[in-house]
Write a protein that binds this ligand. Structure first.
Ligand code: ARG
Ligand code: ZN
Length: 878
């Protein structure tokens, strides 16, 4: 009856639970080391389960105090138990009540799963399987129960007591210094959405009236004294609620919505019903301490967690293989929200940059997996860019294919049909198949086939016939467990641009009125008639599918797109493609014809002079070269990170030199105007100005240093201060070291700002950085047990510093391996995340590749690895 913990869980093995739990009553007496949890579970056999099955409840590191069934203390012969399970071989065959008492030590809980303490406050994290660290339970997402939670605590230690749902009652406990609060959540939910909080917290709040006129109290709780930094989050919450009513017709369904910021958190945030818990880095913001990027992240993550109330909570997942059902869909929803609140094309480019940097890299790595995996050893290792970001791209493609109206009708039908249930990807697609009458079975392959398809396109123009033909071919490289691949259903948004920029009215019957061609075979071709001159094709407009593209366009063709395409995404993409070609040429020391470089620089100069002011945020993106990791991915094998670093520095220098005049003019023109506002337009101006600062410094280090130093000293907000600090990091010398010291002193009491300081120092691409990082680990503000600190120092070194992590002598790998082994016993999830930095080891040149392999082997040889790290290291080596 003891469950096997090392086993691989398979999607095909899913079967309904043998028992259901209709009601959960929890009585939690908070204490720093001996918290008592009494769980009263109303259980009944599942009509869809096996008739004579034993009851096996999950547990994790639990300490059982007592168990009774229908009020009778169970004698030890009638059940079996251990820290990881509790089983009853002969449970009643009708509804019964099980009362379980456990004792926990929240202070000793360094895994940050289950009930733990963060800066003295009690909080919980239950997704994916942390509830079993609080009490024995059927800890799986298809067990939906109504929860009532009584929380009791010392009044001084935890004056604020929060639970899921609506507050029912609270009061003092006579004759003691303790008090209690009772919360009731009427919506049946899976255990992973359970949460409670107890602590000393301040808050900001406001009232919100829903579309049907119900009043909801909104509150954001933070460390006392930081309330003024919570207003932006509260504002983002209110805007998210309004947006979900307007765009998806979704209304909030409780009397309260609470958000709590905590400083020790493994992920970004968690959508617990009515009680979202956040990493404080995604709540706290002031102009002095947060950058424009921080504000944008806060807005997006507040929205994401709020949107889960429908996509995730009201409709949850049948099993963890369906994780993308809630995460991909909710990322899509938060992306749409941010696009509506900000600039749509600029946001789309940002989304694609993240997708390529994280998901394409994952797809090309030994950790590649389908958006809906077929199997896992440790589900916490599947909260990945593939499940989240590629999952969102699938929803976006679906919308592109069926159109806006049918997409909304399908969403309504999905919410309608599946409300209150634990659903599957099939349920989701069925709703769209019903409203459109389409067969979506080929499209569904996006969920099961891993890897990034590559689409190759060849063009032929026939001047005499005035026809233009595009020949498409698609292929996907093998990924672990999937040696051969099938063709995908790929929506290609397409248009033709004339060489002189005029619009072409060419037609093809295979292109929909919305401009979409469906490529669903391995090879296909598309012909346009009435084409009066040789056009430049603009394919995958707005990045209509998550694929890589090879196109037989010349750099001159691409520069026509940069100048004239009506699709902003492809204007940006054109500049990126040309820059990528030049970077690869420089890195591989194959000759880059001077003419190629001159034409890009000239095009950028024209763009700066004539276009940049129209949309500064877009201009900043056009001027930002592909990063070093992107270039490494594109090269794909035998990579030398030092050569790529030199190439990128060289191209920045050349562009900064040719464009110095317009860049300087922009830099001066866009100088700080008035008080800080985080809105997208203001942020765009800052970003263009700061990109200019960087390129100017790349062209002229001495002047650049002076300019950056001046900006660093006089900046009136964190965005400008950090940007100039970042530029100084690229310029070795006294000015840089002085800035590092000044920054450290100035923000000594601001952990979230010191994280940025750690990150930028860990990202310096110089030999001395590893020693610097080692020294910073001794800094009083660093802590090996705080995820934000570890990620900002060690994680940044591993993920944002390609030349130093991939040092030729292997010391970067050995250091990160040491850190993984040191963090693993404390916090396996954090350790496993760090370890994913090794994802690209196989594309390195042979010497580095061998050194990475030996660091990975050293980790793998360790006898006491967590399941999290064991799983990642094993798959990385396979
Ligand atoms: N559901 C959370 C989100 O909104 C992520 C929580 C994941 N936590 C974990 N321990 N795996 O994306
Ligand atoms: Zn989510």
């Amino acid at each position: 009856m003891r469950p096997d913990e090392s086993k691989i869980i398979q999607l095909k093995d899913y079967r309904p639970s043998d028992f259901l739990i209709d009601r959960v009553e929890l009585d939690v007496r908070l204490d720093p080391h001996a918290t008592r949890v009494k769980a009263t579970l109303t259980i009944r056999p599942n009509p869809e389960g096996r008739a004579d099955a034993p009851l096996v409840l999950d547990g994790d590191e639990l300490n059982l105090r007592s168990v009774s069934l229908d009020g009778r203390a169970l004698p030890s012969g009638e059940y079996e138990t251990g820290p990881q399970f509790l089983s009853i071989s002969q449970p009643p065959r009708q509804a019964f009540t099980l009362e379980i008492e456990t004792e926990l030590d929240p202070t000793a809980n360094t895994k940050l799963m289950g009930l733990y303490r963060s800066s003295g406050n009690y909080c919980t994290q239950c997704e994916a399987d942390g509830f079993r660290r609080i009490t024995y339970f059927l800890d799986r997402p298809d067990i939906l129960s109504v929860y009532t939670t009584r929380i009791e605590a010392d009044r001084d230690e935890a004056p604020v007591l929060l639970g899921n749902g609506n507050p029912v009652e609270s009061g003092a406990i006579e004759g003691t210094n303790r008090h209690f609060a009772i919360w009731h959540d009427p919506h049946p939910k899976p255990s992973y959405l359970f949460a409670l909080v107890g602590g000393r917290l301040g808050h900001v709040g406001k009232s919100f009236t829903t579309m049907s006129g119900r009043a909801v109290r909104l509150k954001v709780y933070v460390e006392p004294g930081k309330e003024d930094r919570a207003h932006y989050a509260l504002d983002a919450l209110e805007r998210s609620m309004r947006w979900d009513e307007r765009v998806f017709g979704r209304e909030y369904d409780l009397d309260e919505f609470n958000i709590v910021a905590v400083s020790d958190f493994n992920m970004g945030a968690m959508e617990n019903k009515g009680l979202n818990i956040f990493n404080d880095k995604y709540v706290l913001a002031s102009p002095e301490t947060a950058t424009d990027a921080d504000y944008a992240n806060i807005e997006a993550i507040i929205a994401h967690e709020y949107f889960h109330n429908w996509s995730g909570n009201r409709v949850t997942c049948r099993d963890w293989f369906q994780l993308c059902l809630k995460e991909g869909l909710t990322v899509f929803r938060d992306q749409e929200f941010s696009s509506d609140e900000r600039s749509r094309p600029v946001h789309r480019i940002a989304e694609v940059k993240t997708l390529r940097a994280r998901q394409f890299a994952e797809d090309a790595s030994p950790l590649a997996h389908p958006v809906r995996p077929q199997q896992y050893r440790e589900i916490n290792n599947f909260y990945t860019a593939t499940v989240y970001e590629k999952g969102a791209e699938i929803v976006r493609m679906l919308k592109t294919i069926i159109g806006e109206g049918d997409f909304r009708r399908g969403m309504d039908l999905y919410f309608d049909r599946c409300d209150g249930t634990a659903a599957t990807v099939e349920n989701f697609l069925d709703a769209f198949a019903t409203v459109t009458g389409r067969d979506l079975s080929h499209f569904a392959r996006w969920y099961s086939q891993a890897g990034t398809p590559r689409v190759t396109i060849r063009s032929t123009y026939d001047e005499a016939a005035q026809t233009y033909r595009l020949d498409f071919a698609q292929a996907t490289a093998p990924t672990p467990g999937q040696p051969s691949k099938e063709p995908m259903a790929i929506p290609v948004a397409i248009g033709l641009v004339a060489q002189d920029g005029s619009s072409l009215t060419a037609t093809s019957e295979r292109v929909s009125p919305q401009g979409v061609f469906m490529l669903d075979r391995a090879q296909d071709s598309l012909s346009f008639s009435g084409v009066t001159s040789r056009p430049v094709p603009s394919v995958f407009r707005d990045f209509s599918a998550p694929v890589r593209t090879s196109l037989d366009l010349t750099n001159d063709d691409l520069l026509v797109l940069l100048r004239h395409d009506t699709d902003a995404f492809n204007r940006w993409q054109a500049a990126q493609t040309v820059a990528m070609r030049l970077l690869i040429g420089l890195a591989e020391r194959t000759s880059v014809p001077d003419g190629d470089f001159d034409r890009l620089a000239a095009a950028l100069r024209t763009f700066l002079e004539s276009d940049a002011r129209r949309d500064p945020a877009f201009a900043a993106l056009v001027l930002t070269l592909p990063n070093e990791a992107d270039v490494a991915q594109e090269i794909g094998a035998n990579v030398n990170p030092d050569a790529i670093h030199r190439a990128r520095r060289e191209l920045r220098r050349m562009i900064g030199t040719v464009c110095a005049e317009p860049l300087l003019q922009l830099y001066e023109e866009l100088a700080d105007q008035g008080p800080y506002s985080p809105d997208a337009a203001s942020a765009g101006r800052r970003s263009l100005r700061n990109v200019s600062l960087d390129l100017l410094a790349a062209a002229d280090a001495r002047q650049g240093e002076r300019r950056a130093q001046a900006q660093f000293e006089t900046a009136s907000n964190m965005t400008d201060r950090l940007a100039s600090f970042g530029v100084l990091m690229t310029l070795p010398g006294e000015a840089r070291e002085a800035a590092i010291a000044a920054f450290g002193r100035r923000y000594a009491d601001e952990p979230l700002v010191l994280d940025k300081w750690f990150t930028l120092q860990a990202s310096i691409q110089e030999d001395g950085t590893l020693d610097r990082v080692r020294r910073l680990m001794e800094h009083p503000a660093f802590s090996i047990s705080n995820p934000n600190r570890v990620r900002s120092l060690v994680g940044s070194f591993a993920m944002l510093n390609p030349t130093q992590f991939n040092r030729a002598d292997g010391q970067g790998y050995e250091f990160v391996a040491d850190m993984v082994l040191r963090v693993d016993p404390l916090n396996p999830q954090l350790a496993a995340r760090l370890l994913t930095a090794f994802g690209s080891w196989r594309i390195m040149e042979p010497e580095r590749l061998e050194r990475a392999r030996s660091a990975l082997r050293r980790i793998a040889q360790n006898a006491s690895l967590s399941r999290d790290v064991g799983d990642i290291v094993q798959r990385s080596l396979e």
